[in-house]
Design a protein around this ligand. Structure first.
Ligand SMILES: Cc1cc2nc3c(=O)[nH]c(=O)nc-3n(C[C@H](O)[C@H](O)[C@H](O)COP(=O)(O)OP(=O)(O)OC[C@H]3O[C@@H](n4cnc5c(N)ncnc54)[C@H](O)[C@@H]3O)c2cc1C
Length: 302
């Protein structure tokens, strides 16, 4: 550990908001992953100084939100992990627009929208990601997608400049954006919603929640749909038809309830999860000639 670097880090964010050798299992919904060398939870205003400090000391950095689309390797992450979460989670409403800091949860933003009788975000209420992660992934469900409601975002560029980008500039497509490629850090996002009826909005959110609970294996840790939907197919159906329902490597399992979900059934390691992902990709390729691309992102060393 670089003691000088860590001491400066503590000065920026406060001693309570940074750790060394922090287990990433506690910060990912898969509940697996080794340690982050340095782990910090900055507010939006602290992101820039933290980034500058990393550059000054030559420390590599990465950003996470709620860790709900991540598989972190068992050997952990060298350098600093910045978690944009509770410390960067303010939400404000102006007219039909909602502005949310990157660390706010989608569910909180959707709830806030509903409480102002603003419609458009109902689809997102059950997605367990942060605003930052949702913009990066162009998260979507039940016919809705971030790209349909996003107006603009504020990012920090790699060299520490703040930049406002319109939604059209983000290359938003099916579960993708240009943000990782450009190494941008999302600081906040603004969404354009429209007036609706509170009871209808709440009714829709409750209905979608019920569908999730019915269909998804929410009783086990996972990162949601492991694979992207290949064009013309459904990943879950291909996996099921390949005879892989319930297939297990160590503690990692293809969910019996929903084959599109790979779950941490029993103390799986990241390596076991990665091996099972590979096995599924090879079997589906062999049987149907379709290569399943992962939606889940890999981070750190395996
Ligand atoms: C039970 C379950 C159900 C799910 N259902 C859905 C669903 O219906 N639809 C859907 O689209 N997804 C779903 N997901 C996946 C996941 O919730 C989404 O992809 C979500 O948008 C990820 O947000 P996050 O904050 O957890 O991002 P993380 O997993 O923390 O990070 C994802 C990526 O975004 C980057 N990132 C995060 N924050 C920032 C930031 N501020 N600036 C720059 N980069 C950043 C990370 O570096 C990483 O590359 C589900 C997951 C689970 C566990």
């Amino acid at each position: 550990m670089n003691v000088e670097f860590y001491s400066h880090l503590q000065q920026i964010v406060g001693t309570g908001q940074c750790q060394t050798e922090e287990s990433m299992a506690a910060h990912t919904t898969f509940r697996v992953g080794g340690h982050a060398e340095y782990f910090v939870r900055p507010s939006v205003d602290q992101v820039q100084p933290v980034l500058a400090l990393c550059q000054e000391y030559g420390i590599s950095w990465s950003v996470i939100g709620n860790g709900s689309n991540l598989l972190v390797g068992d050997k952990g992450i060298r350098g600093l992990v910045m978690e944009l979460g509770k410390m960067a989670s303010q939400i404000s409403v102006k007219g039909d627009c909602i502005r949310a800091e990157a660390g706010a949860l989608l569910s909180q933003a959707a709830k806030c929208a509903a409480s102002h009788s603003l419609s458009g975000m109902e689809f997102a209420a059950g997605i367990p990601g942060s605003i930052g992660g949702a913009v990066v992934m162009n998260a979507g469900a039940y016919g809705g997608e971030i790209s349909q409601i996003l107006r603009k975002i504020m990012v920090l560029t790699e060299d520490g400049q703040e930049k406002t980008l319109q939604a059209e500039e983000l290359g938003l497509g099916y579960r993708k954006s240009c943000i990782p490629r450009e190494h941008y850090i999302v600081l906040w996002a603004e969404f354009q919603l429209h007036p609706g009826s509170l009871s209808e909005i709440e009714g829709k959110m409750a209905k979608l929640k019920e569908q999730r609970t019915l269909k998804q294996p929410l009783e086990y840790p996972s990162a949601g749909s492991t694979f992207k939907r290949p064009e013309g197919y459904f990943a879950g159906k291909l996996i099921q038809d390949a005879g892989l329902r319930g297939c297990q490597i160590g503690g990692a399992q293809i969910s019996e309830k929903h084959c599109g979900f790979l779950v941490n059934k029993d103390h799986a390691t990241a390596m076991e999860i990665r091996q099972l992902i590979r096995h599924v990709q090879e079997e589906v390729q062999k049987k149907f000639g379709v290569w399943l691309e992962t939606e889940v992102k890999f981070m750190g060393e395996f």
